[in-house]
Design a protein around this ligand. Structure first.
Ligand SMILES: O=C(O)CCC(=O)C(=O)O
Ligand SMILES: [Fe+2]
Length: 342
């Protein structure tokens, strides 16, 4: 593989292998410019886990609306320390700054290899490549990690542990919102052994950003993805048929999006949100997505209580098989999820 980081400094135009074709609704909007009243929801984690039942149930209701109306929200007042958030982003930058030779030690062979450094999404099936390098590590149920740069592994371990706490708190609220026991998702999907993937993305500056794409429109495979970034915008989410820019400057917020397995489990009450990453001319953008899914061996289908009076919208599939299929296919919209529709 040839990383885009190593190629981009010498490029004054986008090579044909990276040139995308645009569709007419591709322009994105910035919410404040259309309606200052419409805002990406913000969930206060300290209220969600509050011992005050009124505060907690009010926040759980807000969480439910955020999942139903947006599939995307920002979490504030969570338990992940600010210094850990910036340290892990620094660690990602340090990793991508290693020499190509050093990074290639971590080039995986198979899509489910625990440590995988690569470029684009899956170059073996793509005709057009994305302007992005990545490091993907399966960090739970077993933690393994690149041994360089120094301390990256320890910091990533801490960060992943803390983000799991946030995810569990959110999933309890979501379970209750769906009318299930608070620990329903945890128990049914065996989240003690839940698959957590550390996915670091690097998008180098691009000479013609309108001709290339960082990541194409897609949904994520797990239940919930938590994302942080280095202060540079580029993430866009699809909301009511429009592409909406996500403001990168909400300090200390964790960006959360609903993923395919929450759509399956909730029997389509909550849809996985389609999102993409665009690139820019000036700055290197780094984002870190932590994908949190069921255990590898869990067969996920809609929660039994939700199909008592409704027909199931999805057939069940083992999470390992789903992940393997998603990672070895081209990344486009909700292609894999649609295959399970009944
Ligand atoms: O870089 C971003 O903002 C999006 C990353 C993403 O969607 C992913 O890693 O699945
Ligand atoms: Fe994603």
């Amino acid at each position: 593989m040839i990383s885009i980081k190593s190629q981009s400094p010498n490029l004054t135009s986008v090579p044909p292998t990276y040139t995308i074709t645009k569709t007419p609704n591709d322009e994105a909007v910035t919410l404040d410019h259309i309606d200052p009243e419409v805002k990406i929801p913000i969930i206060d984690f300290s209220l969600l886990t509050s011992s005050n039942p009124d505060q907690r149930s009010k926040t759980i209701a807000e969480l439910g609306r955020a999942c139903e109306d947006w599939g995307f929200f920002m979490v504030i007042n969570h338990c992940v320390p600010e210094r850990l958030m910036s340290a892990v982003i620094d660690g990602c930058r340090g990793f991508f700054d290693l020499s190509e030779e050093e990074k290639l030690e971590f080039e995986g062979k198979h899509v489910l290899d625990p440590i995988r450094y690569g470029t684009s999404f899956n170059t073996s099936v793509e005709k057009v490549f994305y302007w992005r390098d990545f490091l993907k590590v399966i960090v739970n149920p077993h933690f393994q990690f690149p041994n360089k740069p120094s301390e990256f592994s320890e910091i990533a371990f801490e960060y992943c542990k803390k983000t799991r706490e946030v995810v569990m708190g959110i999933l309890e609220g979501i379970s209750e919102n769906l009318g299930l026991e608070a620990n329903y998702i945890y128990k049914t999907l065996n989240l003690d052994s839940g698959v957590q993937v550390f996915a670091a993305n690097l998008y180098p500056p691009c000479p013609q950003p309108e001709l290339a794409m960082g990541l194409p429109p897609h949904s994520d495979h797990g239940l919930l993805t938590l994302l942080i970034q280095n202060g540079i915008g580029g993430l866009q989410i699809q909301h009511e048929g429009k592409w909406v820019n996500v403001n990168p400057n909400i300090p200390n917020a964790l960006l959360v999006n609903t993923a395919d397995h929450l759509e399956i489990l909730s029997n389509r009450k909550y849809k996985s949100v389609v999102h993409r990453a665009i690139v820019n001319k000036i700055d290197t953008r780094i984002s870190l997505a932590i994908a949190n899914g069921p255990a590898f061996d869990a067969v996920v289908s809609p929660a039994s209580k939700l199909v008592e009076n409704h027909s199931p919208a999805y057939t069940g599939m083992k999470y390992r098989d789903y992940m393997e299929l998603q990672q070895s296919s081209r990344l486009t919209g909700k292609l894999i999820l649609d295959r399970l529709r009944l």
